[in-house]
Design a protein around this ligand. Structure first.
Ligand code: GAP
Length: 468
């Protein structure tokens, strides 16, 4: 049997320890849906809070928003998603396998070294006839069955469509938002008018987005329902390069601050043919996943595309007048856009560690303390009344300040192992001596060193540990 890969190990750990479960499992699941369990939801919330603190609370020039997922469908006409947010699909006539035509071209070029491109090549935006001509002339075949017969290429829009209200006709069509960004653009005027902000400033939002992805996979890396953490930063055109550089540094530092190893991160600039319809320049922060480099954050310069387009489609003037200079213009926008689920997956993969301890393998998630799901575990050495009572009292004191878990089941060795596996930075053990000396043993997750601390000093001791 093959050795389990890092990904296999992380997926299994997630299930075993209540971090991430397959969705709808008792009904046989629903492909590529995942549920965050009791430990996973803490981890994800900590990542979202760290992001919000860093980009919203610690800055004066970014405010928050929580817009509705369902929006007037005209929003998606204005944003270009109805016309342009689609992939070119073709089916193998033999085995019915569905393929993305542009990906077939890319995979063929990579495998063969043939540098020739289809006429009018523009990635997924390449005209269908040019893609099909290339596929036929290069004799590309189906990776599943080897057939070279394909159906005509058709555009497949990635937006989930549904109906609002009881009547299911064209007039009731609504979409599940494919990005959180549009809620921000649509509320731009409301935010300015209510808070009297002066440019440059940004609006941040964390929320769910939905895309009917053709090939989801790699655990939570690519799913059809996911969470984004996005900022639209509005500015005069003359300022975009300066602010772009500032946010590049801030984005990098965010990942560094939550403990992601810098050697596993890189910037990659989009080639012209990859740019989204709204972007003039995009850089991604990528992580070195077990299957190769993959996008964690997309950072686009969206120009004035969105506000200008909403002015046109809504008939509302989305321009801005500077209160001091009185200059009137449509603001430009830079957009750092992060994936919350991908950041969780990155934190798990990046922190997963196996160590040999006394001839046994110790599995530890060496998560940064700020994002660890449980900050302190309270573990009475034995289930004796006086130890349990003392442990409960410590738990009640600490829980007011930290996310604390109380655990009196199984042996102390097993309990340490469980806490190591969910990345708990500190375990507090209450033993018979505690009753005499009013002190406990604090064990450090990474060094496994133990320290004796007086109960009366515990809250301060941990406040100091978590002071960053
Ligand atoms: N508003 C810009 C925008 O949506 P994007 O590059 O398409 O840009 C931003 O998405 C981030 O959202 C990505 O860097 C990724 O982290 C996350 N993301 C996008 N599609 C995803 C999917 N299908 N599953 C999980 N995360 C996804």
């Amino acid at each position: 049997m093959n050795e389990p890969t890092l990904m296999d190990k992380v997926v299994s750990l997630c299930k075993r320890r209540g971090i991430i479960f397959p969705g709808s499992e008792i009904y046989g699941g629903l492909a590529n849906t995942w549920d965050y369990g009791p430990i996973g939801v803490e981890l994800k919330n900590n990542i979202k809070s760290a992001w919000w603190k860093y980009f919203v609370h610690e800055r004066e020039d970014i405010v928050g928003l929580d817009a509705a997922i369902l929006m007037n469908p005209k929003v998606w006409e204005a944003s270009g998603h109805v016309a342009g947010f689609s992939d070119p699909l073709t089916d193998c006539k033999e085995c019915k396998h569905r393929l993305r035509a542009d990906k077939m071209v890319e995979e063929y070029r990579e495998a063969s070294g043939d540098e020739e491109l289809p006429k009018n090549w523009a990635g997924e935006k390449t005209p269908a006839d040019d893609l099909m001509y290339y596929i036929k002339s290069k004799h590309l075949t189906c990776p599943k069955c080897g057939s070279g017969e394909f159906t005509d290429i058709r555009k497949f829009n990635l937006m989930f469509k549904t109906h609002q209200g009881v009547i299911e006709d064209d007039s009731s069509v609504v979409y599940l938002r494919p990005e959180t960004a549009q809620g921000i653009f649509v509320d731009f005027k409301n935010v300015i008018d209510s808070l009297h902000l002066r440019l440059p400033f940004g609006i941040a939002q964390i929320g769910k987005a939905f895309r009917n992805e053709i090939s989801p996979g790699n655990f939570t890396f690519r799913t059809r329902e996911f969470e984004q953490m996005e900022i639209e930063y509005f500015l005069p055109e003359s300022m975009w390069q300066e602010k772009y550089e500032e946010f590049k540094t801030a984005s990098w530092n965010f990942f560094k601050n939550i403990g992601i190893k810098e050697e596993n991160l890189r910037w990659r600039q989009h080639l012209d043919d990859e740019l989204s319809h709204y972007s003039k320049m995009t850089f991604d922060i990528e992580y070195k996943f077990p299957w190769g480099w993959g996008e964690l954050e997309g950072f686009a310069y969206r120009t004035d595309f969105d506000l200008a387009s909403h002015t046109k489609f809504s008939g509302q003037d989305m321009s801005y007048t500077d209160p001091i200079t009185k200059e009137k213009y449509t603001p430009h926008c830079i957009e750092p856009s992060f994936g919350a689920d991908r950041t969780v997956l990155t934190a798990l993969l990046d922190s997963y560690t196996e160590e040999e301890v006394k001839g046994e393998t110790r599995v530890v998630l060496k998560l940064d303390k700020t994002i660890a799901p449980v900050k302190i575990a309270i573990l009475p050495l034995m289930k004796k009344d006086e130890l349990v009572e003392q442990s409960r009292s410590i738990f009640n004191d600490l829980k007011k300040h930290f996310m604390v878990q109380y655990d009196e089941t199984q042996s102390i060795g097993k309990r340490y192992r469980r806490q190591d596996e969910i990345g708990t930075p500190y375990c507090v053990t209450i033993d018979p001596e505690t009753i005499e000396d009013k002190a406990v043993t604090v064990r450090d997750r990474d060094t496994m060193e133990q320290e004796r601390i007086k109960i009366e000093n515990l809250v301060e001791y941990f406040k100091e540990k978590y002071s960053r």
